[in-house]
Design a protein around this ligand. Sequence first.
Ligand code: ARG
Length: 281
Amino acid sequence: MFKNNRKSLVLMLLALVIVLAACGQKPAAVAPQNGGGQESAAKETKLDQIKKAGKLVVGTSADYPPYEFHKEVNKKDEIVGFDIEIAKALAKDLGVPLEVKDMKFDGLLAALEAGNVDFVISGMTPTPERQKSVDFTKIYYTAVQKVVVRAEDKDKYKSIDDLKGKKVGAQKGATQETIVKEQMPNSDLKALSKISDLMLDLKNKKTDALVVELPVATAYLSKNPDLVLSDIKIENPDSGSAIAVKKGSPELVEAMNKSLEKLVNEKAVDKLVIEANELVE
Ligand code: ARG
């Protein structure tokens, strides 16, 4: 009996030692990993991630001179424009190089939400609809909407009414598409992904008019004397451009707003617009 009791006491003590040892080890082994992981996940902002990645990736639709467009520089195709210069300035302020990804305009916000790009700069207007899915910086540039027609039709199409039953082009996924739908309900909307294709369609008489922002119209018209600005009036023609960022990164929006404010105050944006227009051939 006595022997047995002693034996079980020893066993119990042994068990206790093992349990205690295990208890003592567990927190020591697990806690720092877990706790540390959670802590850095909570603290690591998008801004930290960008700095860690060592680059800032921007998504744009480079069919939009003077905002963003392709140009051969030293026999190499490059994406240039005042949006790109602004993006470079933001990257510089963050201390990382800029990487540009060119894609269709109507795919930009999906790419942003999927995390394929860090931000979008593409002459994009911060509409309430878009604000539901992404965040925007302040507006850094404002343009007006215009209707482009073939030179020979300028006197034929003077009002929205004159476009009744006619084909009107607009970029797919852009605010101009909504303008045609809402303000020209009696016209036939022809939405395409690229402004360059829309201009071609207009030249080739596949469409009769095209809604586009004035700086872009001016850039294309300078190379296409057969196209002109019409006298057709668009309601609420103002269209501001802002940068889009994935929701939930207020520190990134703040950093970008700071850089943008500096550029706007120094009138650097206006200068970049002039320089970008000079690059349009
Ligand atoms: N401002 C218009 C919008 O936000 C058109 C922008 C088109 N931009 C471009 N790079 N194609 O919908």
